[in-house]
Write a protein that binds this ligand. Structure first.
Ligand code: PXG
Length: 455
């Protein structure tokens, strides 16, 4: 639908009325936004007819790629049958019930309940309330503190942004909210110094133990972390990290929350990041890949121990959203999960295309700008550096990443810059030849970036 506007008219109306997320509106209205008109498979098109390979799956979410009729048809059918009803006040409907069954059947065996939201941020707000309510219901109302990590991303709502470790977000709106604490992140390339990756993984994980001791176990409700930090720069932890974290959580009376908003639904080549790292979490916030972004839906998967307390001791949980378990979003999510299951997409990423990407991506290390390549399933990153040997970034951190990102757009590639870390999170349907095409484009863009910064 183009509503009969020209590109210029759309750009004018956009800057006149539309406040974009995470955007400097003044700058945007000077430059004009890029209007995306349609998408199919792994490609997007803009209003000038330019085609882009979308190596970010939108915002880490279009796992099955664009243009899947099955999802559109499921949503259309549901819109006609029952476009809306809620699950408050002892009512329910089959799309939300069936989606609960299906998601729980894919989740780790000890997770058999789900609370629905419309986004990952709402899922993490739910986590904070649910974790505190859980301890309160067990007679420990002082266990309120949630420990998170620097540079984590858990959403943009008050609790989501507070859990997140992004300083510029905290600076706006008086965050974090009370009883949130942060420890370091397992970002070896940036922070590892002379330590081996494994030694660094152990050391940074032990900050959790120190923080528990500092604050007192009787005040701590939970630790939350993304199995692999996405928006923070595809920070893939050293192999020693998660076993140590799991061990600390097992030895202390605190809940472990794995934020699966990016890692869930096949992104790592397993159904969940917890399967990839063998993590046993108590709560798993999910969103994005649950519906491949076709309609907004998220939720919190709840482990049996927590569910038992909430159900049998918790009484009424005074929490919920108008759109919790929205029937049309649920129908779209069910169709999406069937595509992932029936087409064997998760196994394909785990066994074939993920390892292929790792190999093809790894070759980028030969480029003079690249200080490290890393990948896990269909999450991958490269570090752009001034000095490879010293793992040293350019002085004006982020400037070269921005140049590279712009060069990518000019070459028909959507690749995200997080400071000077270039990241991709491609649609899981990518074939080996799609991967070759993407990596060839990345190489061209790195070459052009290198010649731009020389001049
Ligand atoms: N948790 C994680 C791990 C996320 O990545 C959220 C929660 C919040 O989800 P919602 O649906 O409320 O956005 C996210 C979202 C980026 C970017 O630029 C990343 C996200 C969202 C927007 C932009 O990398 N992740």
């Amino acid at each position: 639908m183009n509503y009969n506007y020209t590109t210029e008219q759309l750009q004018e109306l956009d800057s006149a009325h539309y406040l974009h997320p995470f955007t400097d509106s003044k700058k945007l209205s000077e430059e004009g936004s890029r209007i995306i008109t349609r998408a199919d498979g792994i490609y997007l098109w803009d209003s000038d007819g330019n085609r882009y390979l979308d190596a970010m799956s939108g915002l880490w979410c279009v796992n099955v790629g664009y243009g899947r009729r099955e999802i559109a048809e499921a949503a259309f059918e549901q819109l006609q049958e029952l476009p809306y009803y809620n699950s408050f006040f002892k009512t329910a409907h089959s799309p939300a019930i069936e989606l609960s069954r299906l998601v729980c059947s894919l989740a780790p065996a000890h997770m058999n309940h789900i609370f629905f939201t419309s986004s990952g941020s709402e899922a993490n707000d739910t986590v904070v309330r649910m974790a505190r309510h859980y301890w309160s219901s067990k007679g420990k109302p002082d266990k309120k503190v949630i420990i998170s990590r620097e540079n984590a991303y858990h959403g943009s709502t008050m609790a989501g942004a507070s859990l997140g470790g992004m300083k510029p977000m905290h600076a706006q709106g008086g965050l974090p909210i009370p009883d949130i604490a942060h420890i370091g992140q397992p970002y070896w390339f940036q922070d590892g110094g002379d330590l081996s990756a494994d030694a660094f993984g152990e050391q940074i994980a032990s900050e959790l133990e120190q923080k528990i001791q500092e604050l007192g176990e009787d005040r701590i409700a939970a630790f939350i972390a993304e199995p692999i930090q996405g928006a923070g720069g595809v920070v893939i932890p050293p192999a020693t990290y998660w076993p140590r974290i799991q061990n600390i959580c097992d030895r202390h009376e605190i809940l472990l929350v794995a934020d699966e908003v990016i890692c869930g639904f096949g992104r790592t080549g397993k159904w969940f990041g917890c399967d990839y790292y063998d993590i046993k979490a108590d709560l798993m916030p999910i969103a994005k890949g649950l519906s491949s972004g076709y309609l907004p839906i998220g939720g919190v998967l709840v482990g049996d121990e927590v569910a038992d307390v909430l159900i049998n001791l918790g009484g009424e949980f005074n929490h919920g959203f108008t759109y919790s378990g929205h029937p049309v979003a649920a129908a779209a999510a069910i169709a999406n999960l069937h595509i992932l299951m029936d087409d064997g997409i998760v196994d394909q990423v785990g066994q074939e295309t993920g390892p292929y990407l790792e190999q093809a991506w790894g070759k980028l290390i030969d480029h003079p700008l690249v200080g490290e390549t890393r990948s896990a399933g269909f999450l991958a990153a490269i570090e752009i550096v001034k000095d490879k040997q010293k793992r040293q970034f350019f002085d004006d951190r982020g400037a070269v990443g921005t140049i590279c990102r712009d060069v990518c757009f000019a070459n028909g590639l959507v690749m995200r810059a997080i400071e000077d870390t270039m990241v991709v999170s491609p649609p899981l349907i990518m074939t080996k030849s799609d991967i070759d095409e993407m990596v060839a484009l990345v190489t061209t863009c790195l070459d052009q970036t290198a010649s731009q910064i020389k001049n």
